[in-house]
Design a protein around this ligand. Sequence first.
Ligand SMILES: [Zn+2]
Length: 121
Amino acid sequence: MEEPLPPLAFARAAVFGRCPRCGQGRIFCGMLTLCERCPVCGLDLTRHDVGDGAAFAAIFILGPIIVIAALIVEFTYSPPLWLHILLWPVVTVVLAVLFMRPSKSILLALQYRYRQSGSSP
Ligand SMILES: [Zn+2]
């Protein structure tokens, strides 16, 4: 049985997209694509499927933030409708991509940590 990462190193690995076992290897091979294995310790990352969890979190956390920001902009500056139509889709996509990466990383790290001690296969 290997030594688990200390809590602070584990949290840092989770937030910054590092391997939850060694804390060194990058877990992303693309913008949002998880690698199959950690390049440093060889941890099989395909066993920890985060599914739609990150997208679900992005929708439920970013959705209200975007709506509140749009309302604040509307009531403060009263911009024309075309500006809302151009602005908010771009802001939403950019924030969603920025949010998804740490969200996926955190979910994968939590799955790794709790499946180690749980009874699931
Ligand atoms: Zn690793």
